[in-house]
Write a protein that binds this ligand. Structure first.
Ligand code: GDP
Ligand code: MN
Length: 396
C-alpha cells in the first residue's frame, strides 16, 4: 500500500526527522492561506502516488500567496501524468504547500527489503534529485549499499559511514546519522516495503532535511498497523486493480500487451507468458483466480479482464485442482454474457472436470477455441490474434 507525501512526511516528523514546514490544501484558497502562514515563498506539490512530479509540472516553486493559489488551481482537479503513471495519469485532489527550502546539495537515501541479503538494505547516494535509476544504471559505484541487521536494525557506525560516503559536510554528519538511523526505524517498526527520500537535502543554512518522502507498506503486515490502513486513498489506485483487490483476486496490469490472461497460480502464469510470446504477442494483464474461486468470482475476474481496453483476445489457462474446471467454465460463461463480449477466447483446461468444463464452453455459443495442450493454445492464439488484427484494419 502506498500513501501520499503529505502523510509520509508526518510519519517522518513523528520519528524526529526534519522536514520543511508545510500543510496540505484541497482548494486554491487553502493553498493561498498556507502560503501566507509560511511566509510567501513556497513550493506547491501535487499529491499523487507517483514520483517524477517535478518533470511533469507537479512541483511549482513560487514567490507569493497569489502564485501559490494559481499553482494549486492549475493542479487541483486535473490528472497528473508522470513517467511513473499510466497514460491517463492519476487525479490530484490535494496539494502540499511547503516553505521553500534553499538547497545547497541534493542527496538520495532509501531503504528496501533485499531478498539476497535477507535484510533491510539502505541505499544512499550523493547524486540525489535526478533520476536515481540513471545513476544506478550508468554509475552504480555512486550508490552506497549497507544492509541493516533484521533484528537489531542499522548500527550507528553504519549510519555514520553512509553519511560520510554520500558527502555530508563534516559538521552535519551527526544529524545526518540520526536521520538515517530514524529512517531505518520507520522502515522496520512500520513494516514498510520502501522508504525513499529523494532528495535528502543539505540546506544553505546548514541543515539536513527530507524534501520529499515516499513510503510504501507491506500489505501482508497492515493488519498490525490499523492507523496506517486509514491513510489509504483508493482513488489513486488503478481502477481495475482496485476492483480485483476488493474481490480478493490478484490482477496485474502490464504495459504494451494485447492478450488478457486468466490463470490459477503463479507457475501457470509463467507458462501462459511463454504461450503468449510463442504466439508473437504479449500479455496485457494477468488475473490469477487462485485456488477455490466460486463461479461468481470467476465471472467477476473475467469481467475485469474484458474491461481492460488493451485486450484483443483472452487466454484462459487453468488447472483444475481445488478449482474445478466446470465451475470455472460456468463463471466464464456468466462473465461473457454479463459483458456481452465479442473478444475471441482461447481456453486450455486440464485436471478436475476438464472435459465437462470444455463442453460447457463449447455449448455456450461463445467465440471460443478450446485446446488440449499449451502448444495448441499458442497456435490458436496466433490465429485469433491475426484475425483480430485484420478486422481492426478493416474497421479503420
Ligand atoms: P518528484 O519529482 O515527484 O520526486 O518531486 P520532489 O518533491 O522530489 O521535487 C522535485 C524537485 O523539485 C527536487 O529534486 C528539487 O530540485 C525541487 N524542489 C522541491 N522542493 C524544493 C524547495 O523547497 N526548494 C528548491 N530550491 N527546490 C525544490
Ligand atoms: Mn522526489
Amino acid at each position: 500500500m502506498n500513501i501520499h507525501e503529505y502523510q509520509a512526511r508526518q510519519i517522518l516528523e513523528s520519528y524526529g526527522i526534519s522536514v520543511p514546514r508545510a500543510g496540505d490544501a484541497s482548494t486554491p484558497e487553502e493553498a493561498r492561506q498556507l502560503a501566507v502562514e509560511l511566509g510567501g515563498r513556497v513550493v506547491v506539490k501535487a499529491q499523487v502516488h507517483a514520483g517524477g512530479r517535478g518533470k511533469a509540472g507537479g512541483v511549482k516553486l513560487v514567490n507569493s500567496p497569489d502564485e501559490a493559489a494559481e499553482a494549486a488551481a492549475a493542479m487541483l482537479g486535473t490528472n497528473l501524468v508522470t513517467h511513473q503513471t499510466k497514460a491517463g495519469g492519476v487525479p490530484v485532489r490535494k496539494v502540499l504547500v511547503a516553505e521553500l527550502t534553499d538547497i545547497a546539495d541534493e542527496l538520495y537515501v532509501a531503504i528496501t527489503m533485499d531478498a539476497d541479503a535477507r535484510a533491510p538494505m539502505v541505499m544512499a547516494s550523493s547524486e540525489g534529485g535526478v533520476e536515481i535509476e540513471e545513476v544506478a544504471a550508468n554509475t552504480p559505484e555512486k550508490i552506497v549499499r549497507v544492509a541493516a541487521d533484521p533484528l537489531i536494525g542499522l548500527s550507528p557506525y553504519h549510519a555514520r559511514d553512509i553519511a560520510m560516503k554520500i558527502g555530508i559536510p563534516i559538521d552535519l554528519v551527526r544529524p545526518a546519522t540520526a536521520l538515517i538511523s530514524n529512517l531505518c526505524k520507520v522502515f522496520q517498526e512500520l513494516d514498510a516495503s520502501l522508504v525513499e527520500i529523494n532528495p535528502l537535502v543539505v540546506t544553505t543554512d546548514g541543515r539536513v532535511m527530507a524534501l520529499d518522502a515516499k513510503i510504501s507498506f507491506e500489505d501482508d503486515a497492515l493488519f498490525r498497523h490499523k492507523e496506517i490502513l486509514e491513510l489509504e486513498d483508493p482513488e489513486q489506485n488503478d481502477e481495475l486493480e482496485q476492483k480485483a483487490h476488493d474481490a480478493g483476486l490478484a490482477y496485474v496490469k502490464l504495459d504494451g500487451g494485447r492478450v488478457g490472461c486468466m490463470v490459477n497460480g503463479a507457475g501457470l502464469a509463467m507458462a501462459t507468458m511463454d504461450i503468449t510470446k510463442t504466439a508473437g504477442a504479449a500479455p496485457a494483464n494477468f488475473l490469477d483466480v487462485g485456488g477455490g474461486a466460486a463461479e461468481d468470482k470467476i465471472a467477476e475476474a473475467f469481467e475485469i479482464i474484458v474491461s481492460d481496453t488493451d485486450v484483443e483476445a483472452i487466454l484462459v489457462n487453468l488447472f483444475g485442482g481445488i478449482l474445478r474446471c466446470d465451475v470455472a467454465a460456468r463463471g466464464i460463461v456468466m462473465g461473457a454474457q454479463n459483458t456481452a463480449t465479442k473478444l475471441p477466447l482461447v481456453v486450455a483446461m486440464r485436471g478436475t472436470n476438464a472435459e465437462e468444463g470444455l463442453q460447457i464452453l463449447a455449448d455456450a455459443g461463445l467465440n471460443v477455441t478450446t485446446v488440449g495442450d499449451l502448444g495448441e493454445a499458442a497456435t490458436a492464439l496466433t490465429v485469433v490474434l491475426a484475425s483480430a488484427a485484420s478486422s481492426n484494419k478493416g474497421n479503420s
